[in-house]
Design a binder for this molecule. Structure first.
Ligand code: NAP
Length: 268
């Protein structure tokens, strides 16, 4: 399995190399890469759309609310917004088609959109079955369906020799049994394990699957989960986005001319 981070969920640490950081964005290996980010209008997703776009990537992003999608498109000219709900089966193919229509193919998919399930954390015994189902639909089935719908295009890109990555945003709740984080934690554990299996099944095709824990960030999702957390103790999503973009750049650089090195760059 491919897994990396500044703070990876299973304890692995990605080596940090600032060879192509924010001060040297014009030479970024992400320049021209076609990248799709789900949940791109707030929190980490929005920070990623900004960061990847600033490094010259061609970015499409997905979110449910039209007003947010249009706001980000206006702010970040050149990005392509897609309105859709990844938890809904019927939205997946329209989302995939719009991503491919906008970008003409895909090199990197970032499954970032997520939900806690219930509006705020609660013990499993108090969790509505429908809220648990919603967590699984958003955090596991959505990434599964979207990845599946985009696989042909990702495989085509891999055949052309690009470093192709599917990056699933995980959480330490996938590994730690935090009381009251049941629906979210179980869904993130399933996402993490699914990532490992995708990785085993598709690494010979040049499609690399990554499970990434960005760490605790000051976002709406975190405020819903832990309303009394001190924001100054949390990572800014912009910082997490920079770390993630740096790590992906390293992986791409190492894979040039040696696709198998992509995995070496990312695997612990
Ligand atoms: N925040 C943390 O401390 C933390 C810690 C560890 C891991 N993570 C992970 O990091 C990722 C980003 O979290 P965040 O805190 O940045 O979240 P966030 O601030 O709540 O932002 C969520 C984004 O996803 C979109 N979204 C939500 N449900 C969607 C759906 N069903 N279909 C399409 N888009 C959807 C939202 O826009 P719409 O509402 O318009 O759809 C919004 O753009 C998540 O995978 C989360 O589990 C977060």
């Amino acid at each position: 399995m491919v897994a990396f981070d500044g703070m990876l969920a299973d304890g692995f640490s990605m080596p940090v190399d600032r060879h192509a950081n924010a001060s040297d964005r014009s030479r970024s290996p992400l320049h021209g890469r076609r990248i799709a980010v789900t949940g791109g209008t707030a929190g980490l997703g929005l920070a990623l759309v900004r960061e990847l776009g600033a490094r010259g990537a061609r970015v499409a992003f997905v979110a449910r609310k039209r007003v947010g999608v249009e706001r980000v498109e206006r702010e970040l000219v050149g990005t392509h917004g897609v309105i859709g709900d990844i938890s809904k089966k019927e939205d997946i193919h329209p989302i995939a088609l719009q991503i491919l229509g906008a970008l003409g193919g895909l090199d990197i998919l970032i499954n970032n959109a997520s939900t806690l399930g219930p509006p705020q954390l609660e013990l499993l015994a108090d969790t509505q079955c429908e809220d648990f189902e919603h967590a699984l639909a958003t955090n596991v089935l959505g990434p599964f369906r979207l990845t599946k719908a985009l696989l042909g295009s990702l495989a085509g890109s891999a055949r052309e020799g690009y470093g192709v990555i599917v990056l699933n945003i995980s959480s330490d709740a996938a590994f730690n049994a935090y009381p009251s984080w049941g629906a979210y934690g179980a869904s993130k554990a399933a996402l993490h394990h699914m990532t490992r299996i995708w990785s085993e099944e598709l690494k010979s095709d040049g499609i690399h699957f990554v499970s990434y824990d960005p760490g605790d960030m000051d976002t709406a999702l975190h405020r819903a989960a832990v309303p009394d957390a001190d924001p100054s103790s949390l990572k800014r999503p912009e910082v997490a986005a920079r770390e993630l973009a740096d790590a992906v750049e390293i992986a791409i650089v190492r894979s040039v001319g040696a696709p198998e090195a992509m995995a070496t760059a990312l695997v612990r």
